[in-house]
Design a protein around this ligand. Sequence first.
Ligand code: SER
Length: 594
Amino acid sequence: MTANELRSKYIAFFKSKGHAEISGKSLIPENDPSVLFTTAGMHPLVPYLLGEKHPAGTRLTDYQKCVRTGDIDEVGDPSHLTCFEMLGNWSLGDYFKKESIAFSYEFLTSKDWLALDPRKISVTVFAGDANAPRDEDAANYWKENGMPEDKIAYLPASDNWWAAGPTGPCGPDTEIFYWVGEGLPPKGSNKGTDPENWMEIWNNVFMQFNRIDEKTLVPLPKQNVDTGMGLERTNCILQGKTSVYLTEVFKPIIDTIEKLSNYTYGTDAEKDKSVRIIADHSRSAVFILGDQKGVSPSNVGAGYVLRRLIRRAVRHGMKLGIDRAFLAEIAETVIENFKCAYPELEENREKVFNELTAEENKFRDTLKKGEAEFQKLLPNLMKNPKKEISGKVAFRLYDTFGFPLELTQELGAENGFTVDVEGFKEAEKKHQELSRTQSAGTFKGGLAERSEITTKYHTATHLLQAALRQVLGPHVAQKGSNITEERMRFDFSHPAPMTKEEIKQVENLVNEQIKRNLPVKMEIMSLDDAKKSGATALFGEKYESNVKVYTIGDFSKEVCGGPHVENTGNLGTFVITKEQSSSAGVRRIKAVLK
Ligand code: SER
């Protein structure tokens, strides 16, 4: 079976169980300041797990591209990936543990579906703590399906409690593992007794709670199921391979790297690691650049992660002796292999090539500059009798000029210097702690924040868009939106800065609608009907065949997932605090409700 077949089978199986197929979403979460990327299949579904009605119903299935870069430095081993696909199925207040476990077991073991050997499957369930009791129900349902008692491990919340963020929907989960050791697992072996030889392939989360803050967990209005199966890993075990990099998901990419470097994968452990890093990072970079809401390399947020991925890939390319811009050639292979499942990659092909190559060349320049900087430092360094470059200096070269430690070591060695690697690591750790504290701020407010104030901002965003279209013209289209508890930010297409009068007019128009206390109504209709009715939709966004349309009196009509207030009367006073350029042809407004 190939990854493409696995993807199709998964969707077909859950369709046969009454699930509607929905389309996966962008890698860049809309209206969610808590995370930089979509990190799980459930991420775009958070509002629905919290109780919003989904237009496609209560049983859903999809495949979703995801990016997780928390452990970027670990990528390079045979299993870690920064970009992966998640196959998912959801019950929104429909079935619960019994059916979810039965579906998973059937899909994995039935001869009609994956036909995996049941003897090589084991599971974990939640052991219980102060938040929720031991999950006897889940364990019993496993037993009903034929899972022997000794293949069920009861593990604590660190293993069997799933939450996408510090706040938001969460609950106990049951995880499914496949034996990757030699032969058959010994009797009594499970994830608890032998963590190394059992690989997680699927996670079924029983989302029953909403975490409001550290101390408060409230039951959700409905009991939901959220499952996620790792496509690359499951594909790997189905093919009996020891590493995802040996499957056809990565093989063509690795072939391209081999051609570019004249190195044969599998002949040198250190070089193999570089190959895996290039393969993973370049695939992630292509998915991020080629996303329907693609990001460009920059020094902040998602753009910075993208920059790091590209730079690390280039660096490892150099280690393999590739001495020219090469990422566009790998991008070609990635697009070719994934465009069927992700047509946006093909649509954004030019952008991917151009930006990859520009960033790559820029980094090569950076390296040259770093080298020049090093030469400048040299006379001073020479005065040091220890002939050692301090960790602080090495880290400054890295942090300010993007000059990697290994290069400082290499250049140092050429001039008879060693580098204080411990000191470098210390300086790096200090820096990471600082950025962690800073990014912890990003999480404040939690995943898919739905507080009263952010709901108000959602509605104000619709009023703003309609007002902009009235004042500036119908060419105005939403290019991005981001809401926090403190403000709203809205990016839209418009060729010139807005004049003071235009800003005032828009503000007034929005405030008039607030004063009119207009009702906000939601209807579910087909995307075609929504468009015919004149509703605004996000250009380039993928929608289901049925969508939610929010109408605000006679003023605005938009396709949107919600949530929204019931009427505009108590939004407060709308004030535009900033109007600035966002990128070419795109303006950005920041506004508050006072
Ligand atoms: N949200 C869970 C996960 O990401 C299951 O889909 O593992």
